[in-house]
Design a protein around this ligand. Sequence first.
Ligand code: GLP
Length: 242
Amino acid sequence: MKVLEVKNYEEMSSIAANMIIELVKSKPDAKLGLATGGTPIVLYKELIQDYRKNGTSYEQVCTYNLDEYVGMDPEDSNSYRYFMEKNLFAHINVPESHIHIPDGTAEDLKAECERYEDELIRGGGIDIQILGIGSNGHIGFNEPGTSFSSHTHIVKLAETTRKANARFFHSLEEVPTEAITMGIASILKANQILLLASGINKSEVMRRLLTTDEVDEQLPASALKKHPNVTILADDNALSLV
Ligand code: GLP
């Protein structure tokens, strides 16, 4: 894993955005693996700004999101589908049919997981996967204890994750208890992985990730150590204990 230390959230976001823009310019039909949460919001803003200013086209790009809450209607303002629409898709020219996000309202969730994994495989592989990291080390919604050989699956969210994400909801009770997420093995299939971490509340998990060689299912992000092309882009605060 290559670790790039940057000053702050803004610098992290703009370096990450440039990596994506360069990829899309050199490979117009790039497959982008996208994440939600607070971390990538300014990165998406930068993509939108570049699209408006320089016209980088997403017409042939396909996007694959990591996860979605179970039971959450795509129109619900707390769904990850809605998040992506609001923060990126509505502002660039990616065709609707090129957007892939698990359907948390599917009647048969197990079949939906299989369908999504199949869609990922049929897409031919993700060129760059953007990841945030949970303070318990989760990537996507793969909570501690998730098998490293997991593919798209249903997870029960850890209470710490529900609490961390409650800031996007009116109350903790509203935060769903389950989600569909790409598995660790699905994530590791990406050609390149870019993990973003910003802020002091990520410092402890970055310490756990970066100060030992340990690869342990209790720390899902440690699976990334098995991948040949991972860049960690983290700011001073996130790396303050390393
Ligand atoms: C969420 C998402 C992850 C995200 C992580 C960190 O629960 N499922 O994809 O990376 O938690 O979130 P944030 O970027 O808001 O710190």
